[in-house]
Design a protein around this ligand. Structure first.
Ligand SMILES: C[S@@+](CC[C@H](N)C(=O)[O-])C[C@H]1O[C@@H](n2cnc3c(N)ncnc32)[C@H](O)[C@@H]1O
Length: 303
C-alpha cells in the first residue's frame, strides 16, 4: 500500500488570515473567510491544472506558490471543517446515517440510540476524510477506513491518494460502502472526476452472507455515498441530475436515495453491475445540457 509521507506546509502565513485580521491560530477562521478560502483554493487548483495541461510550467509554479501562500491544503481542510460545523448544520455523513437508520427494520439488532450491536460491521472506505469523529464514524454502523491526501490525524486517517491506492486483491480489502463527500468538486478537471468514480467500483464487494439477513439494511449495498455542492447538479451547464444518473448507471450504479438541500446534493448509489473496473461503452463528453449565462461549468466526463 502506498502511504505518502506527510508533507509539511511551511509556506508564508496565509494572506487570507492577515487580510481578515484573524488570529493566526488555524482554528479561528470565520465562516466568511472559510468560504472565500475554499472558493479561491478551488479556482487556483483549476488554473494550475489548466497550466499543466497547456505545458505552461512557469504559470503552474506561480499558481502552486499562491496555493501554498494562502495556507495550502491544510488550511483548505480547516476551512472545510469550519464549513461543516457552521454553515451546513453538521457534517454531510449525518444524512447517510439517517438513511441507514430508516432502512434498518425494527427486527434488526440496534439499540435505542440506533447503534448497531452485532458484528461484523459494514466496511466503509471514506475518501477525503477530515475527521475520525463524524456521524458515520460515531454511528458504529461501520468499521471505517479513512484516507486523505493530507491526514489531519496520523493515527486514524491514512495519508493516501485514492487514485494510487492499490486495487484490492480479495474481498478482505474491499468495502460495502465508499464515501466521496465533497471530494469530486475538489478535483480540478472533469476527466479526473470520472476516473475517480470509475475507480470506486473494484473497491466494492458483494454484501457477505453474514450481513445478508439484516432486513432492509441489505438493499443499499454495496454502495457509494456521493455528496456535491448543490449547484454542481442544479445549476451547471454541463451536468444535471439526469446526466449524473446516466454516468453513474454506465458504471453499474443505481440511485437508491437522494436529497438536495439549499447547499448540498446527497446521493446513495447502489452498485448493481459487474464488480471489475467498468469498461465504458458510451463516452460522456463535456456537452451542454443546461444552457444559461448564469450557470457554472462543473462537469464530469467519462471516456
Ligand atoms: C472539501 S474536503 C471534504 C472533506 C469531507 N469529506 C467533507 O465532506 O467535508 C475534500 C478532501 O478530499 C481530499 N481528497 C481529494 N482528492 C483525494 C484523493 N484522490 N484521495 C484522497 N483524498 C482526496 C482532500 O485532501 C480534501 O481533504
Amino acid at each position: 500500500m502506498t502511504v505518502k509521507k506527510k508533507k509539511k506546509h511551511n509556506g508564508p502565513k496565509s494572506a487570507l488570515l492577515s487580510h481578515h485580521k484573524l488570529s493566526p491560530k488555524l482554528t479561528s477562521l470565520s465562516s466568511k473567510a472559510s468560504r472565500t478560502l475554499i472558493r479561491s483554493h478551488h479556482q487556483l487548483r483549476k488554473r494550475h491544472a489548466q497550466a499543466i495541461a497547456g505545458g505552461d510550467t512557469a504559470t503552474a509554479e506561480t499558481l502552486l506558490a499562491q496555493i501554498e501562500d494562502q495556507g495550502g491544503l491544510k488550511l483548505y481542510q480547516l476551512a472545510s471543517i469550519n464549513g461543516q460545523s457552521n454553515e451546513r448544520g453538521g457534517d454531510s455523513s449525518k444524512v447517510l446515517v439517517e438513511w441507514l437508520h430508516e432502512g434498518l427494520a425494527s427486527s434488526d439488532k440496534i439499540n435505542t440510540k440506533g447503534q448497531s450491536l452485532d458484528q461484523p460491521l459494514l466496511r466503509m472506505l471514506e475518501v477525503g476524510a477530515l475527521s475520525a469523529t463524524n456521524a458515520c464514524s460515531r454511528s458504529r454502523l461501520f468499521s471505517v477506513t479513512r484516507i486523505d491526501l493530507n491526514s489531519q490525524d496520523d493515527e486514524r486517517i491514512l495519508q493516501q491518494d485514492f487514485m494510487q491506492r492499490p486495487l484490492p486483491l480479495s474481498d478482505e480489502e474491499r468495502f460495502d460502502i465508499i464515501s466521496l463527500s465533497l471530494v469530486l468538486n475538489f478535483l480540478p478537471d472533469n476527466e479526473a472526476r470520472g476516473d475517480m468514480l470509475r475507480r470506486t467500483v473494484p473497491f466494492l464487494r458483494a454484501l457477505p452472507d453474514s450481513l445478508q439477513d439484516r432486513g432492509s439494511h441489505t438493499e443499499y449495498f454495496p454502495s457509494l455515498f456521493l455528496v456535491l455542492p448543490a449547484p454542481c447538479v442544479t445549476n451547471s451547464r454541463y451536468l444535471d441530475e439526469d446526466r449524473l444518473k446516466a454516468i453513474m448507471e454506465s458504471l453499474g450504479y443505481s440511485m437508491a436515495r437522494r436529497k438536495i438541500s439549499s447547499k448540498l446534493a446527497y446521493y446513495l448509489w447502489t452498485h448493481v453491475g459487474p464488480r471489475e473496473e467498468p469498461c465504458i461503452k458510451h463516452a460522456y463528453k463535456k456537452v451542454e445540457v443546461n444552457p444559461g449565462k448564469k450557470r457554472n461549468n462543473f462537469a464530469i466526463t467519462l471516456d
